[in-house]
Ligand binder design. Structure first.
Ligand code: CAA
Length: 247
């Protein structure tokens, strides 16, 4: 197993934690990011991970800020080495029906969920190409594929990820750099548990598999796409949604 340097943004969140574990299980050195201002929670999370046998270097990072992404990447590369694997996982929701959606809700979601893709990929991409190896996985969503009531902002950002992913997949294809998207459906995470109970019940009723997904089921897809052997898979989207949307 070749040891790689892997970065997961939004590391301590519902999906990020299992992605970090999957990267460590693949033998990689792993760096994760957390939201600035949540240092105490992040340190506790890191200690709990350590106690469970998972070593993850963590750094505060605002993925909406290009300069901050550049300094985060420089810090990881100084401490761990050149980044080979990047999982763009950090994301937020600010749900509201369009008639009540405020400009701030639109901007926050677009900046966090879509601008972040450019902010993180641009500073690492050329170096990955020069070294002849890279694995980038951008976390999109079922709701970017099918649209969702109350998520005009989120669905737009997550759909935008597909175009971005395909474009840079073409740029990296001859250089050993693969770029793919993973689109989780409704997964048992704090983000999904925030949905009003009656709404969530009707969502689960519409999932063919008949249950919410587990974070490990997303991490497994990410691990598959970041593997050394996944070099012929690029520019694609892997939907992990219990059959809710079949493209
Ligand atoms: N389809 C059609 N109509 C719907 C609807 C739906 N899915 N959801 C609500 N409505 C209707 C309601 O029945 C209601 O109709 P009436 O006015 O005729 O009674 C109307 O829309 C307004 O609904 P609410 O009163 O519930 O409006 P609200 O402002 O209180 O809440 C909302 C709106 C915030 C969008 C709320 O419905 C909600 O939270 N929905 C869930 C959104 C969602 O799925 N978010 C996913 C988060 S998880 C995630 O994003 C992870 C991932 O990647 C999958």
């Amino acid at each position: 197993m070749t040891q790689r340097i892997a970065v997961v943004t939004g590391a301590s969140g519902g999906l990020g934690e299992t992605m970090c574990k999957a990267m460590v299980d693949q033998g990689h050195k792993v760096a994760g990011s957390y939201l600035p201002g949540t240092d105490t929670d992040a340190k506790e999370w890191q200690q709990a991970m350590q106690a469970a046998g998972y070593e993850v270097a963590i750094y505060p990072l605002d993925v909406t800020d290009y300069d901050n992404c550049c300094s985060f990447i420089a810090a990881v590369e100084k401490e761990l080495g050149s980044i080979d694997v990047l999982v763009n996982n950090a994301g937020i929701t600010r749900d509201a029906p369009l008639k009540r959606m405020q400009p701030q809700q639109w901007q926050d979601v677009l900046r966090t969920n879509l601008d972040s893709m450019y902010n993180m990929c641009q500073p690492v991409f050329d170096a990955m190409c020069s070294r002849g190896f890279g694995r980038i996985v951008n976390i999109s969503s079922l709701n970017g594929e099918q649209g969702q009531f109350g998520q005009a902002n989120y669905s737009a950002a997550k759909a935008g990820i597909y175009g971005f992913t395909k474009a840079i997949a073409k740029e990296g294809a001859r250089k050993g750099v693969t770029v793919n998207a993973v689109s989780p459906g409704f997964i048992n995470t704090p983000m999904v548990r925030q949905i009003p109970e009656n709404v969530l019940e009707s969502i689960v009723a519409g999932i063919p598999v008949g249950r919410l997904g587990q974070p490990e089921e997303i991490a497994r897809a990410v691990a598959f796409l970041t593997a050394e052997e996944a070099g012929y898979i690029t520019g694609t989207n892997l939907s992990v949604n219990g059959g809710e949307y079949m493209s």
